[in-house]
Ligand binder design. Structure first.
Ligand SMILES: Cc1ncc(COP(=O)(O)OP(=O)(O)O)c(N)n1
Ligand code: TZP
Ligand code: MG
Length: 221
């Protein structure tokens, strides 16, 4: 059984569209730099599909397994089930969270993106294990992302006593990560801060340092 709050500290998300070099190499460096959670998000320009997508996912999953890093699949529930992944991440435009929870069962991790207190309530009743909240800062990585809203929702949910693990997402770097955990998030999820860094290893290391011990809501209250 993993401690989800701890595991969410430095949550790296990646697919082929986010990399300038081999994703296997990028993940290898990110792991060496200290990422604590990984999401395979294969979408966008020239995204792999079918057996090619499966083959890459399988390789990335085995890298994660070797280092005991939870491996989460974005959007594609069928792929997550086929791989016996540790969990899935879905948003408000994806399949309903209740349906996904039923499909993957109670032992798997279910992450849900939320943008309002109402969505947060719905996600909790559907059985979400953690929330992804953002974009916190402007991002160019997700073309259909909502406008950035800072850390307001994270603070609001914490002030309502909602204790579910939370990660901030969107435009997060080692320079601004501390403000996200200070607002009440347990960790930060990033794509380009690691995937496009000259050194994914050093980028992951810097994020780990910025989140530090502050990335634990239970200790902050
Ligand atoms: C940790 C985390 N938080 C939010 C998202 C965004 O999910 P979604 O809104 O479904 O958008 P896509 O990523 O599917 O384009 C995420 N993937 N991970
Ligand atoms: C998937 C997603 N959901 C909200 S913002 C975002 C993109 C985050 O990418 P980056 O860390 O490069 O800003
Ligand atoms: Mg989605």
């Amino acid at each position: 059984m993993i401690n989800l709050r701890e595991a969410l500290k430095v949550y790296f998300i990646m697919g082929t569209a986010n990399c300038m070099k081999d994703p296997i190499e990028v993940l290898k460096e990110a792991i060496a730099g200290g990422i604590t959670f990984f999401q395979f998000r294969e979408k966008g320009k020239e995204a792999l599909i079918g057996e090619e997508k499966y083959a890459l996912a399988k390789k990335l999953q085995s890298q994660c397994k070797e280092h005991r890093i939870p491996f989460i699949v974005n959007d594609d529930i069928e792929l997550a089930i086929r791989l016996n992944a540790d969990g899935v991440h879905i948003g408000q435009e994806d399949e309903p969270a209740e349906t996904v929870r039923r499909q993957i069962g109670d032992s798997k991790i279910l992450g849900v993106s939320v943008h309002t207190p109402e969505e947060a309530e719905g996600a909790l009743s559907a059985g979400a294990d953690y929330f992804g909240i953002g974009p916190v800062f402007p991002t160019k990585t997700k073309a259909d992302a909502k406008p950035s809203r800072g850390t307001a929702l994270i603070e609001e949910l914490r002030s309502q006593g909602i204790a579910v693990p939370i990660v901030g997402i969107g435009g997060i770097t080692s320079e601004n990560a501390a403000t996200v955990v200070e607002a009440g998030a347990d960790g930060v999820s990033v794509i380009t801060a690691i995937s496009l860094a000259d050194s994914p290893l050093l980028a992951a290391k810097a994020l780990r340092k910025s989140v530090g011990e502050r990335g634990n809501h239970e200790k902050n209250v």
